[in-house]
Design a binder for this molecule. Structure first.
Ligand code: DGJ
Length: 731
């Protein structure tokens, strides 16, 4: 039983393989958070110490006890306006203008399995998980909050969400509804978050949690390049391989907010959910609102341990089941090879050369529709530009398939160009405020995905293309931040719902397309990695990591991404050198090693390559086939600490049975007479012996993990080494 409930004590104990999570409804009815951390068997309510604190008021029922204050007690889903001055989990405006929410415990339900969410992505159950539903209520305003906790015992994960129900006779405006809120006892913590920008996504930053509030989020209508919906709270002494850490990952692709407050007493409250700025949801009597899910995980074995837990969960329970164990095709994408300058003849030449090199799928990127020859037109007009191609898409796809390649196509469904037939027909389909010119980004506007007729139009338009030609893959792009959050389809009092309704519309469209084309592989993309989140992974088994394809920059981007997301989801390609974004020259061998730690493909012209490069590419593809299982299904370990001053970046993969490992090292800075690159390996079996492939050197797992391994002195810019260890027997 992963959920235990002691009815007399009103004590809840959620147990995963290695962690415990405890809460208790006290005599007043406050749902207290008691503990989250390494597995324990004791009742942890002894941790609550009632203390008199000045300026921390007392609920009326406890007016004679100055030691009872919501401002001090650790809570599970904090209300607002009634004496807890820390971050609220929920905020409302009642019909009479009152903004207070005072939640008390009403009851609970425990059941096997979990209920699937209907409009939102969710962590897929396998039947063996258990779910706890706790009901809190505020009888004064007639509000009920159902808290859900699904315990994935094996995966060491607890998935939380909340459903807010208006049980009154009057409307209530929901102004904030967190997916999860949790209080940690006084201590010294660090916080990690993943910030960035276009072409430099998910940069890991670790900071001492200051007194006061640290908050990270996005108001861009997308989870964004700038702040990923994933944060980690860790002990000060937590390293990659040791120490306690907690992950909070929001399964959401729209506006989001992750907040951490270190209060007057040094306790820490974490709150994560939809960004409340601009959010306001009208709950009429009887209406309910379901929040996105928050995926919580705890590891006592450092950040690598925590990442492994997320990787396994996302692979097993979030990405579409069909792609969990499917080897992804080595693709060649036309974008950096041709940009908008192509016709069918050129694409077929690419396809022939790509096939000769061993590639398996050709993806035709932006520019095949409407009259689009640059980024100023045609978004929304998903009709094939046969004049530009010189043939129909059906003919092109047939010819590509005849060569033995699969075929993929680019779309940017949620956008509309001013210069498009769609905009001429439906100017009100673009998001814009009344009487105000819209904000333009990359020459385009954003479609109002909250409107069902627009989702219907896109479903029909995309289906028509998919029915016309044989297309196995879609690259689903999104190339600007959203502004002008105003929908011509919503009344004034509901405009605060638009940002959330927008993303629900996107999810609905993805869902409908996947139901109609269950074999279709959709790669998420948003000007690179602007929507790399667990919400999109529910539909897209892989997401293009960044528009920065420079292998050296990618080291940081892919490393930052790896804290929460599996390598099998990271779209990563070998591109030309010098690189188109940075002008940096990087050896092809190194570019191959970096792209291999992702979904692997090419983003360069495969024509006219020198023989040595063709040979290297064939070797890379052979290596991809040899290691793809180990890389996609194995355990991943970062081998440098964050911000270490080493001149290299190193990471490795270990098979589940620990019989095989692949170690990668890329030099980021070369020095004359420099130190030998030295690393300690992770995740091996200490007792096993491993032979280094290509040599007769045999090492024990213990030696490689505790004694480490030093590489020969590198020479030249950005050299890379790859070591393959296989279990052997010692004679
Ligand atoms: C942004 C994507 O990230 C690129 O790979 C490419 O598809 C362009 N958009 C096309 O406009």
């Amino acid at each position: 039983m992963s959920i235990q409930y002691d009815e007399a004590a009103r004590l809840f104990h959620l147990k995963t393989k290695n962690s415990s999570y405890q809460m208790k409804a006290d005599s007043v009815g406050t749902l207290l958070h008691l503990y989250y951390g390494e597995a324990v068997t004791s009742d942890m309510s002894y941790l609550i110490r009632y203390t008199d604190r000045a300026f921390s008021g007392n609920p009326y029922v406890q007016r004679n006890s100055r030691c009872y204050s919501l401002d001090i007690l650790p809570q599970e889903y904090a209300g607002s306006g009634v004496g807890d001055y820390r971050l609220p989990a929920i905020q409302v405006i009642a019909e009479n203008g009152s903004r207070s929410v005072d939640l008390t415990y009403e009851g609970c339900k425990i059941f096997r399995g979990r209920e699937a969410l209907t409009d939102l992505p969710y962590v897929r159950g396998g039947g063996e998980e258990e779910t706890l539903e706790i009901t809190l209520s505020d009888p004064v305003i007639g509000l009920r909050v159902l808290l859900y906790y699904t315990v994935f015992e094996e995966e060491d994960v607890i998935v939380r969400s909340a459903k807010i129900v208006n049980q009154s006779e009057k409307p209530i405006y929901l102004e904030k509804a967190a997916s999860a809120c949790i209080d940690f006892p006084c201590g010294r913590y660090d916080l990690m978050h993943f910030h960035g920008r276009h072409c430099m996504e998910r940069q890991a930053e670790r900071m001492t949690l200051p007194n006061g509030v640290a908050s990270f989020g996005s108001r861009r209508g997308m989870s964004s390049h700038h702040s990923n919906p994933f944060v980690i709270l860790c002990d000060k002494n937590c390293t990659e391989n040791a120490g306690s850490c907690y992950g909070f990952m929001l399964m959401y692709s729209g506006n989001h907010l992750e907040e951490a407050e270190r209060d007057q007493m040094g306790s820490v409250r974490m709150v994560a959910g939809i960004h409340p700025d601009g959010f306001s949801w009208l709950l009429n009597p009887g209406d309910s609102f379901q929040t996105p899910e928050a995926i919580l995980s705890f590891s006592a074995s450092g950040l690598n341990g925590l990442s492994g837990q997320y990787h396994r969960l996302l692979q097993k329970r979030v990405i579409p089941a069909k792609f969990q164990h499917t080897k992804r095709p080595v693709l060649i994408n036309s974008w950096e090879a041709a940009y908008f300058d192509f016709n069918a003849e050129k694409i077929l030449r690419f396809a022939r050369s790509a096939k000769e090199l061993g590639m398996e799928m050709l993806v035709l990127d932006d520019g095949w529709f409407g009259h689009r020859n640059d980024d100023t037109s045609s978004l929304g007009d998903w009709t094939v530009n046969e004049e530009k191609l010189g043939c129909s898409l059906k003919t092109l796809s047939e010819q590509i398939h005849a060569l033995g390649l699969r075929f993929g196509l680019w779309f940017e469904p949620e956008m509309i160009s001013e210069d498009s037939m769609l905009y001429q027909a439906h100017p009100d389909w673009a998001l814009k405020d009344p009487d105000r010119k819209p904000t333009i980004g990359r020459n385009q506007m954003v479609l109002d995905m909250s409107r069902p007729e627009i989702v219907d139009y896109l479903f029909a338009a995309i289906s028509a293309v998919l029915d016309h030609a044989q297309i196995e893959y879609i690259k689903w792009d999104f190339n600007r931040s959203v502004a002008n959050f105003f929908s011509a389809g919503l009344p004034a009092r509901r405009q605060g719902e638009l940002a959330h309704r927008f993303i629900l519309g996107t999810y609905r469209l993805l869902d409908r397309l996947l139901k109609r084309y269950p074999d279709l592989m959709i790669e998420g993309c948003a000007g690179g990695g602007g929507r790399f989140d667990a919400g999109m992974l529910f539909y897209c088994p892989q997401i293009w990591c960044s528009d920065d394809t420079d292998a050296i920059e990618r080291l940081e981007i892919q490393r930052g991404t790896s804290y929460g997301y599996p390598v099998s989801a990271m779209g990563s390609h070998v591109s030309a050198s010098p690189n188109h974004q940075t002008g940096r020259a990087v050896p092809l061998h190194t570019r191959g090693i970096v792209a291999q730690s992702g979904t692997f493909g090419y983003e360069l012209s495969p024509e006219g390559l020198p023989d040595a490069e063709k040979k290297e590419i064939r070797n890379q593809i052979a290596a991809y086939h040899q290691y793809s299982d180990l890389i996609a299904q194995g355990r991943y370990y970062r081998l440098n600490e964050l911000d270490s001053s080493e001149d290299f970046s190193a990471w490795m993969f270990v098979s589940e049975d620990q019989s095989e490992a692949l170690v990668n090292l890329v030099m980021t800075h070369i020095r004359a007479n420099g130190p030998l690159p030295f690393i300690k390996l992770c995740g091996l079996s200490a007792e096993k012996a491993y032979r280094l492939e290509g040599t007769d050197q045999v090492f024990s797992g213990a030696a490689l993990m505790h004694g480490g391994y030093s590489f020969p002195l590198p020479f030249g810019d950005y050299a890379a080494s790859q070591l393959h260890f296989l279990e052997t027997t010692i004679e």
